[in-house]
Design a protein around this ligand. Structure first.
Ligand code: 8GT
Length: 138
């Protein structure tokens, strides 16, 4: 008998420079201290886009523009104690400035400067889909 697959939404917020927003998992939780894309579990019967919007509202205090949110990659991952479908969407527009509503550390990063080892293991698959160009600095 298998356990149900947990459907988890993750938002890759991309700003106008191409930086993406990472959040750190809080102490005491699964994968504590690792960095992830903001999001969380879909509720029963909830549509993916609606769940993504709810999670980003709760965690970051932003309202995403649903017409600027698009599926990026789905990662099936088994952490042993939990089996996950990580459903990552790219989010290109939102209202409000992302802030840490629940006390998680937040960080804007260039994808090319994110060390895969600091990410939750399933998120390393998401990172692979992001542009790897180096930032131009003057
Ligand atoms: N939100 C989020 N969760 C992720 C990502 N990558 C990843 O492996 N996960 C895993 O997916 C699950 C999402 O759970 P969650 O954030 O809604 O809930 P949680 O574990 O904090 O709370 P819980 O204690 O109620 O289970 C966790 O097991 C988390 O480790 C990600 O990029 N974003």
């Amino acid at each position: 008998m298998g356990l149900a697959v947990m459907h988890v939404m993750a938002g890759v917020l991309v700003d106008t420079d191409g930086q993406v927003l990472l959040a750190q998992r809080p102490p005491g939780k699964h994968l504590a201290g690792m960095w992830e894309f903001p999001g969380g579990k879909l509720e029963p019967g909830e549509r993916p886009a609606a769940g993504l919007a709810r999670e980003l509202r709760e965690e970051l205090g932003v309202e995403i523009a649903l017409d600027r949110a698009t599926p990026l990659v789905r990662v099936r991952w088994n952490y042993g104690e939990r089996d996950l479908l990580l459903d990552a969407w790219q989010v290109a527009a939102w209202r409000g400035t992302p802030r840490s509503v629940e006390g998680q550390a937040l960080q804007w990063c260039w994808p090319s400067e994110i060390a895969p080892a600091v990410l939750a293991p399933a998120d390393r698959e998401i990172l692979k889909t992001l542009p790897s160009g180096r930032p131009v600095r003057q």
